[in-house]
Design a protein around this ligand. Structure first.
Ligand code: FAD
Length: 425
């Protein structure tokens, strides 16, 4: 490996959630020659983080943690500190609390398991009235048929996602990071390799320019395996979200709300103040888009899931969203959506992130596999990417976040996922 110094040239591919965070951490550690290549103006319309809000949960490791739990809890601990104390992030975190709820017995047991060890912090919700009391009068007007759950008013909430991503981007720019954006100068078409292929030398963009770098960090989210062979560790998966406009009167009471989350229905977070729109998601296992084209990770004829951008959602997803609203907030359940979008992230097999230097590829760090949970970890992920690049990542984290293609051997692409049926197919 080329020796690393603060003058080394570092290229980040993707200026989305994790790319902006990496740029910030690199600049803060004193790296003077950092360039980000991003295929769109920032915030990218296809970045999973370009969104009004994302759920954030605090946490910390305990001595009873399994190895897997430790990795999550340690990341929660570090990220919480950033969201609470760092000037770049702290104004975007709203710790308004969270409700975990369920309808069927097995999902209820799962949700209950989530409160294990912290039972005293949670209020049990066993009736529609219990649910209604968690928010100002008039917000939850539904009958909550069969719903049960748990609520806590601290230790979790939401973050203003686009704001936090832009804040990291602006601070990184201020500290000297160069951002090259757009579908010509910023869009990476391939990685550059040494003749023996054992070293990544940078990346080539759509305008034909070769960007040489001592270290390349690949943070292209769900599009990562269009550029590099992840050996099937990434499954691009789309989830759906929509917005509903609120009146001035409604917006006045829809304030400081805990997140309402039900894995059998969906979730919503309090409305965006400026636009007065309530965002909610259909909590569906996700969609995949199977295609047979060749990419660095897949030869012609093998199928894999490939992202595509669309400000639309499947009809069946809208139906599920409206059922969720009917049960919780029937007063807005039939209202037209003002916005809807599919949003892509990449699932790893065990849904843990992948932040490592793949073997046999000097000069490259990959950071992918947000698995639907990568936004709350944005501040810590940038730190971990730089730690991994420098070879100073905590051992247990390095093990948990390692390159692990053995998990993806014979991967069942369609396990618990729905296929898109697109009108243009
Ligand atoms: P992205 O933010 O998508 O960034 C990838 C970037 O790469 C983009 O800006 C893209 O334009 C760029 N790019 C792609 N290809 C190229 C190329 N060839 N050249 C140059 N640039 C390229 N997480 C939470 O913690 N809490 C939540 O509540 C939550 N809710 C979610 C809801 C939905 C509907 C979805 C989809 C995700 C949710 N997540 C949540 C997950 C979280 O948003 C993601 O894990 C995280 O944003 C992933 O960050 P990323 O940097 O890997 O990808």
């Amino acid at each position: 490996m080329t020796s690393l110094s603060k003058d080394s040239s570092i290229l980040i591919i993707g200026g989305g959630t994790w790319g902006c965070s990496s740029a910030l951490h690199l600049a803060r550690r004193g790296y003077k020659n950092v360039t980000v290549l991003e295929a769109h103006p920032i915030p990218s319309p296809i970045s999973a983080g370009n969104d009004v809000n994302k759920i954030m949960e605090e946490g910390e490791p305990s001595e009873n943690d399994t190895e897997e739990q430790y990795v999550w809890n340690r990341m929660h601990q570090i990220t919480t500190k950033y969201w609470k104390e760092d000037h770049v992030f702290k104004s975007f975190y709203h710790p308004t609390g969270i409700i975990f709820s369920a309808i069927s017995d097995d999902v209820y047991e799962h949700v209950k398991g989530y409160t294990k060890g912290t039972e005293s912090e949670w209020v049990s919700l066993d009736s529609p009235e219990d649910f209604k009391k968690t928010m100002p009068e008039g917000v939850l007007q539904g009958e909550f048929p069969g719903w049960r759950g748990f609520w806590k008013d601290h230790g979790a909430g939401w973050v203003f996602a686009r704001g936090a991503m832009m804040s990291a981007y602006e601070e990184a720019s201020k500290l000297g990071v160069k951002f090259v954006t757009g579908d010509s100068a910023g869009k990476v078409t391939s990685l550059l390799y040494s003749e023996s292929k054992d070293t990544v030398l940078g990346a080539k963009t759509a305008d034909g320019v070769s960007h040489h770098a001592d270290q390349t960090i690949l943070c292209a989210g769900a599009n990562g395996d269009l550029l590099f062979d992840f050996e099937q560790q990434l499954r691009p998966t789309a989830w759906t979200l929509a917005h509903i406009p609120l009146s001035v009167e409604e917006a006045a009471i829809f304030k400081d709300l805990p997140v309402l989350y039900n894995p059998e229905r969906g979730f919503f977070v309090e409305p965006d103040v400026e636009k007065r729109e309530l965002k909610f998601c259909d909590e569906h296992p996700g969609y995949i888009n199977m295609v047979k084209n060749a990419t660095p990770g897949y030869s012609e004829g093998t199928t894999h899931s490939q992202p595509f951008a669309r400000h639309q959602i499947p009809v069946e997803s809208e139906t599920r969203m409206r059922k969720f609203l009917q049960e919780a907030m029937p007063q807005i359940a039939d209202r037209d959506f003002s916005f809807a979008r599919i949003c892509w992230d990449a699932d790893t097999v065990d849904r843990q992130f992948l932040i490592d230097r793949p073997e046999g590829r000097n000069g490259l760090v990959v950071a992918a596999g947000g698995s639907g949970m990568g936004f709350m970890m944005m501040p810590v992920v940038g730190q971990l990417i730089v730690d991994r690049m420098e070879g100073v990542m905590e051992e247990k984290l390095q093990k948990g976040l390692r390159w692990r293609p053995e998990q993806a051997v014979g991967r069942d692409w369609q396990a618990s996922k729905c296929l898109f049926r697109r009108s243009d197919d």
